[in-house]
Write a protein that binds this ligand. Sequence first.
Ligand code: MRU
Length: 319
Amino acid sequence: MELEPEAIVRLEDDAVVVLDQRRLPDEEVELRCTTAVEVADAIRTLAVRGAPAIGVAAAYGLALAAAHGEDLEVAHALLAASRPTAVNLRWALDEMRADPTAMRARRLHRDEVERCRRMGLHAAALVAPGSRVLTHCNAGGLATGGYGTAVGAIRAAWERGLVERVWVDETRPLLQGARLTAYELEALGIPYAVIADSAAGALMAAGDVDLVITGADRIAANGDTANKIGTYGLAVLARHHGIPFVIVAPTSTLDPQAPNGAAIPIEERDGAELTSRFPARNPAFDVTPAALITAIVTEAGVHRAPFAETLPRELAHSR
Ligand code: MRU
């Protein structure tokens, strides 16, 4: 059984309601955010997370602010500042500017889920029968407000009988893989096993990985891609072992204003997420150079190098 989009994030008359992802998989608890400030806090503290899902939550936050007569410039600015790397946040808020209504935000949410379904079908065509697929972080329905990007692709391939099993990177330090992707794959009935992040290289060397599929938080015009910290290392390992490395993301994750990965802001989170006892450095994302990426899949299809020429120029729109 999969979670319905409204169970992940929705707008009610007086609140944006999110399934609190910090409490999963042990507890399924909802968090009610009654102001744009509370929605921004929910995004900052990862109660709702994943690039498309934070865009959807921000759109609902802006619609809530509009319905309550809050200052929309202030609400826009504080929602946009809640996390720096996922460009979906800026995209969704810009989409809402002309018409900051509940209807528009719900449409944006529906459209993002629909994009995920379309890109899942495109990506499934890249999966050979019997594939053992490795994924990182959580790019499932929880991360998109329904269906998912990388996990959506895995699911579409599984439904076509192409996937033997999924290796789920635990994804330190916050364990989005071990907590959230495992929870989703279990619900979908797809065979999987959680692995330590540091086990990926050994599994590849043993010939146990056929394909790596991850999501993305921001894709620069040249195809350089920011995603959860550890993705870059996986791409290097995949290249060394001759394993295809595929990114699956909606066009709302494309940032044509960023010419390359150097222009993507990387979130630095509190070192206490790693250790409360010792000094720590905690970058939450890294950039995988386009040269290490076999294909980028969007709802428009499968794009290959040179990405500057093949990535869609038209970004998603929801009207
Ligand atoms: O810090 P998070 O959990 O928001 O990071 C999420 C990721 O890195 C995902 O892989 C990415 O947003 C793709 S979501 C479909």
